[in-house]
Ligand binder design. Structure first.
Ligand code: ADP
Ligand code: MG
Ligand code: MG
Length: 736
């Protein structure tokens, strides 16, 4: 949602005199916040999810599904409880860019006990119920990443006309943009700063009868009439009239072309924010989770269709990146700004342990030199100064006249102005002034699932993974260029099954020399080998891995990285010898999380519930269950009226939306998507705000019950986990 200041934002030329000032003050504000919070210690785990909901109008008579532009009214009602009693609501509601979307979060962050994780799905159900209760019978609430027909003729209720003064889009209207001044200002200023409209191109899926070359504006009579109306209203020589006439003649080859921020900011996602014990821990998590971002993007893929056409990609990320790209042509082509402000990250942040981030920061990191110098002079270390100065290469897009003057010791608004318009895969969050909120890392790459069960499972998984990273001191580092390569791979259709991703063979940190007894009878050094290496080669293996890391040659035979499938990353990779499995080459994230949970010591009901989430994710990763993207693509391609031409017509869109609604409500089975888990979802529709609040604030009996330890976990837990994974592998027949 970002920073929502009150006031009147300046248009681009009028903001010119203030831009540098905002950046300079933003850095001063960061310095104040940094020094106030740099010594925060022992903050407990707190965390929260963010779910973005899409409002749909279903016209069952005309069999049309459209996006319902009703967020503002609904938000007004949803926020009533918070306005009455801000500190005791179990759900919070916030606006989003399009008027068809609302964001919901837990009212207070979840705490640090395993039992809290079981509240997540229930809280999501409560949120869905609160919102659904406000809808009319013909209106639907879906958690989908992208409505398939954004930008197709009349795709909204009420109807809206394209080519407004803000976005000048041939497809989307300005009236779909939330009326809070921040949102249209962002769009307008992105267009003006960049010198042209955003130009979004995604590959089109080529089906048997797909027209590879298509007119830019689909030959839909309604759409054509709307644009012709725009031309008719303007003097013949007006440049806008000419632009529309040109668009009506233009063709595109093999691509889906889009031209406004609404296409990207209209995509919904699932985010998780995790508080670290201290700044160092949050920085470490930032780095480790950045590596996970492309992998989780591929695993949660849910975007097979854009602007009424099937795409040859399954995820939203690049669409939003291009839709919020404010770079000038010169900034793009000269390499001055290699990436848009909505992008994967460019530099690691942690300076903890034996890591040498310089080894891994192998992408260009343009920085704001003045900001960097000020940060260094102000006592910030190089890596953090580089990160902040990198964010500060961007201009403030929305400046509010009334709030230019600020007390830099009390406010962080100018810092947040830049920070909250760098939309990266992970975000390192400065504690707000005068609060007990600690340093946090936000994980931002995941797409949204249809059901609360799926979204809870992925949110809970990310939190547990963060615990495992800290508890078992896992190391996911790889050169940043490889993370970007994974990001590209994540966009490919069916990446989860068909593609491989760079990942570390050995995620156990080279650190404290702890050893473990392997099933083969040898003592292995857990900190040196990828769980279980070939015994006879162990010395060679270790030496080569380390030497190689030093030379940063990630592609050599003995490199620390390997290309793994998502199945291997999540479920592990056995070590096979003579047709038998012997231990593992890669332990797998799910077995590690299971081992962690076993070590935490939690009550049986909680453990069983969390294992269900892990089983579900394991099956998504293995391909036993399909992604939302694959499911929707399959619905489209299997539709009776689908002409195998990649086109998602109104009737197809209606039927798909109807099916998704029924699946969400559990009234239609989707075995390929949900498998046995459909019957395991919570159905707490009777949960009230009061009962949820009690659950969320419940004080555990016994301070340590199911405490989700991070770095304070005893080292023996890792060894027990590795032993148990190796033992399981030894029980299994080799599949290769
Ligand atoms: P954004 O930066 O995306 O606007 P918010 O600050 O609104 O995010 O909150 C994002 C998430 O962080 C929410 O789920 C919220 O519950 C959670 N959250 C709030 N306080 C904390 C905290 N102290 N530690 C971790 N997460 C928190
Ligand atoms: Mg949001
Ligand atoms: Mg967020």
């Amino acid at each position: 949602m970002g920073l929502l200041s009150a006031g009147s934002p300046l248009d681009w030329p009028a903001s010119e005199p203030y831009r540098n000032r905002i950046k300079e003050d933003g850095i001063e504000q960061f310095l104040h916040g940094y020094h106030a919070a740099k010594n925060f210690r022992n903050h407990g785990l707190k965390w929260g999810d963010e779910v973005e909901y899409t409002l749909i109008q279903m016209d069952h008579t005309a069999r049309k599904a459209t996006l319902l532009l009703n967020a503002t009214d609904l938000l007004h009602k949803l926020q009533q409880a918070e306005n009455d009693n801000p500190s005791a609501v179990p759900t919070l509601w916030r606006p989003e860019y399009p008027r068809w979307m609302i964001e919901g979060t837990p009212g207070v962050p979840y705490r640090c006990y395993a039992a809290d994780l079981v509240n997540v799905e229930r809280n999501m159900i409560l949120r869905r119920t609160e919102l659904t209760n406000l809808l009319e019978p013909s209106q639907a609430l879906l958690t989908i990443t992208a409505f398939p027909r954004i930008g197709c003729a009349h795709y909204t209720t009420p109807k809206t006309l394209p080519f407004g003064p803000v976005a000048r889009s041939f497809f989307t209207s300005d009236s779909v943009i939330n009326e809070h001044a921040r949102f249209p200002t962002l769009s307008r200023n992105i267009r003006i700063r960049g010198g042209a409209k955003v130009d979004i191109r995604m590959p089109m899926f080529r089906d048997v009868h797909t027209l590879v070359t298509q007119p830019l504006i689909p030959r839909d009579p309604t759409h054509l009439a709307m644009l012709q109306h725009v031309v008719a209203e303007l003097p013949a020589q007006h440049p806008d009239a000419q632009a529309v006439r040109d668009a009506l003649e233009a063709q595109v080859h093999g691509e889906i072309a889009m031209d406004s921020s609404a296409f990207g900011m209209g995509c919904a996602c699932l985010q998780v924010t995790i508080q670290g014990r201290d700044m160092a821990e949050s920085r470490l998590l930032y780095d480790q989770l950045a590596v996970m971002a492309p992998i989780m993007l591929a695993l949660t893929a849910a975007t097979p269709a854009l602007r009424g056409l099937l795409a040859d990609t399954d995820v939203r990320w690049d669409v939003i990146s291009m839709s919020m790209d404010d770079r000038t042509e010169q900034e793009k082509t000269s390499g001055a700004f290699p990436k848009a402000r909505y992008s994967s990250i460019d530099c690691y942040l942690s300076c903890r342990g034996r890591h040498n981030p310089a080894l891994y920061n192998d992408l260009p990191i343009p920085i704001n030199d003045a900001a960097y110098a000020r940060l260094i002079n102000g006592g910030v270390d190089h890596l953090l100064a580089q990160h902040i100065a990198h964010l500060f290469i961007r201009d403030p897009l929305a400046i509010y006249k009334e709030s230019v003057e600020q007390d830099n010791t009390q406010s962080t608004d100018h810092f947040e102005n830049i920070q909250s318009t760098n939309w990266n895969t992970v975000r390192f969050k400065l504690p707000p002034p005068d609060s007990d909120i600690g340093w946090r890392t936000e994980f931002r790459s995941m797409e949204i699932g249809l059901t609360d069960f799926e979204n809870a499972a992925f949110s809970v998984f990310m939190v547990l993974l963060s615990r495992v990273i800290l508890a078992f001191k896992l190391d996911f580092y790889m050169p940043m260029s490889k993370v970007d390569s994974n990001m590209e791979t994540a966009h490919k259709r069916d990446a989860v099954n068909a593609e491989k991703f760079y990942f570390r063979k050995n995620v156990f940190k080279v650190s404290d020399g702890s050893s473990f007894l392997c099933e083969c009878g040898h003592i292995h050094n857990a900190s040196l080998v990828g769980g279980h290496a070939e015994c006879e080669d162990i010395n060679k293996f270790c030496r080569k891995t380390l030497e190689n890391e030093a030379s940063n040659d990630a592609d050599g035979d003995c490199s620390p990285l390997e290309k793994m499938s998502i199945d291997e990353i999540f479920n592990g990779k056995p070590l096979c010898r003579n047709g038998m499995q012997q231990g593992f080459q890669f332990a797998g994230l799910i077995p590690l999380v299971r081992g962690y949970l076993n070590a935490v010591g939690i009550d049986e009901a909680t453990r069983a519930r969390l294992f269900i989430y892990l089983d579900f994710i394991s099956q998504r990763a293995s391909g036993q269950l399909c992604t939302t993207a694959a499911y929707i693509r399959h619905l489209v391609r299997g539709h009776a009226s689908y002409a195998h031409d990649s086109v998602i017509s109104e009737p197809i869109c209606y039927d798909v939306m109807h099916t998704l609604q029924e699946v969400t409500k559990g009234r239609v089975d989707a075995p390929e998507l949900l498998g046995e888990f459909a019957s395991m979802m919570f159905t707490d529709e009777n949960e009230t705000a009061d009962t949820m609040m009690q659950k969320m604030q419940k004080i555990r009996e016994g301070a340590e019950a199911g405490l989700l330890r991070g770095s304070t976990m005893p080292q023996s837990a890792l060894m027990d986990t590795i032993r148990s994974i190796a033992r399981k592998r030894n029980d299994a027949k080799c599949g290769c």
